[in-house]
Ligand binder design. Structure first.
Ligand code: AMP
Ligand code: GLY
Length: 427
């Protein structure tokens, strides 16, 4: 079958790499893709939210399966657009409709969904602009650190955590009254702070049945030892030693089952990935957030460990046939190290020549913010490459990944050297 992947990050390069290995994949396209996806697929210069052009392309190229990478087109309703169009409605899509994507698109919706369906999560209260005084009074009753969350999508910047009550008060005013994140902060959640270790759990569902993909740990902060500002993710490890059978059983019974049952009960026909960001609080999993997509860079660590034909899983999810299916995962560990432009997550330069891409690499090299020019590949974003090493334990996987990193460079390149080290100490 002909397949279209939508997106242009490292996650989409990993999708393209994995999907291109399936005997069921005939022609593979990525819109818009990056310099890495071009090695496995044909890049198509169409923006992820240009539904009309994407639909037309799907008809022209006889696409049977569309895999939606990022959240923006899901929240904007790409599935609804295809379903409502007679020429497109038979195309299989991996990704929920607009309603289901609200699990990620609205933190207020997802919090209420969790409460309605008995999914354990941090306590929270939502306030709108006309309730700013109530919000300020409520803050006086909260125990710091204080967690403020913009309701809508805010490019990963909508969560502010501060130990300082006055700063929290100033920030909530900026969010609600000055619309710091535009419409995304028309509502703000004040949430209880959870302490523990985070885990990314990935579920692929057809709306009734589900499979659980390998879990991963993401490294969100820019600095070693988890310091400095949050980023999209600086690295990932899969599997995660503390996510043992007993812990994952709690995750399945307390979180995954009620989530899928809740979607069904609320008539949300959800076909796609659910990424559950959770906190392990002394052995109990509590949900921090849902995402309606796979994680980045977690995908680059998770997919290399999946032994199934990935297209089989995607088609089964999109066509409602996951009943009885199982994910077979390798016992090996994967370690992913993200190489970023100097300055990221604040301002950074683009257009730097990436050296070393032609050399053989002991690791998998996934591109994110890269661009092919006439005769070279240059940096074109904050997160530029994600390098995945594979091995019998975390140490071996890390060594492979960092050996891969060592072959690559550009002016100002930065990466964390401690990916996975915290998990080795736990073992
Ligand atoms: P999000 O944008 O929802 O992924 O949040 C960004 C990060 O903020 C999460 O990955 C956590 O590290 C942190 N975070 C969010 N909510 C909480 C919470 N209730 N308690 C502690 N940390 C949180
Ligand atoms: N790595 C976290 C995310 O994809 O949101």
């Amino acid at each position: 079958m002909n397949i279209l992947i939508i997106g242009n990050g490292g996650r989409e390069h990993a999708f393209a790499w994995k999907i291109s290995q399936s005997s069921r994949c005939n022609k593979l396209f990525v819109a818009p893709g990056n310099a890495g996806t071009a090695a496995h697929a044909t890049n198509v210069p169409i923006a992820v939210d240009n539904f009309e052009a994407l639909g037309k392309f799907c008809t022209e190229q006889a696409i049977s399966l569309v895999v939606v990478g990022p959240e923006a087109p899901l929240v904007k309703g790409i599935r609804d657009y295809f379903e409502q169009n007679p020429d497109l409605k038979n195309i299989l899509i991996v990704g929920p409709g607009k309603k289901g994507a609200q699990l990620e698109g609205s933190k207020d919706f997802s919090k209420q969904f969790m409460l309605r369906n008995g999914v354990p999560t941090a306590k929270a209260k939502t306030f709108q602009a006309n309730e700013v005084n109530d919000a300020l009074q409520y803050l006086d009753t909260c125990k710091p650190p204080i967690v403020l969350k913009a309701d809508g999508l805010a490019a990963g910047k909508g969560v502010i955590i501060t130990p300082d009550l006055d700063e929290a008060k100033a920030t909530i005013r900026e969010m609600l009254v000055d619309k710091k994140f535009g419409e995304a902060s028309a509502k703000v959640l004040i949430e209880e702070f959870l302490s523990g270790i985070e885990l990314s759990v990935f579920v692929l569902t057809d709306g009734k049945d589900y499979v659980i993909l390998p879990e991963a740990k993401d490294y969100k902060r820019i600095g070693e030892g988890d310091t400095g500002p949050n980023t999209g993710g600086m690295g990932a490890i899969s599997p995660v030693p503390f996510a043992d059978e007993a812990f994952m059983k709690k995750v399945e019974d307390r979180i995954i089952k009620p989530t899928i049952a809740g979607l069904h009960k609320e008539n949300i026909d959800y076909k796609g990935f659910i990424f559950i960001g959770l906190m392990n609080c002394n052995g109990d999993p509590l949900v921090i957030e849902y995402n309606a997509r796979m994680g980045d860079p977690e995908t680059q660590a998770v997919l290399p460990r999946i032994k199934n034909d990935f297209v089989d899983l995607l088609v089964d999810a999109a066509s409602g046939n996951l009943n009885g299916k199982k994910v077979e995962s390798a016992t090996e560990f994967a370690a992913t190290v993200v190489m970023v432009s100097g300055g990221y997550p604040a301002d950074y330069p683009k257009g730097k020549t990436i050296n070393g891409l032609d050399a053989t690499n002991p690791a998998l090299v996934f591109h994110a913010g890269s661009k092919q020019t006439n005769n070279q590949i240059i940096t074109d974003g904050g997160r530029v490459l994600a390098i995945t090493g594979y091995g019998a334990d975390i140490q071996a996987a890390r060594e492979k990944a960092y050996a891969g990193v060592a072959k690559l460079s550009w002016e100002g390149v930065y990466f964390r050297k401690d990916i996975g080290m915290d998990l080795m100490k736990q073992n």
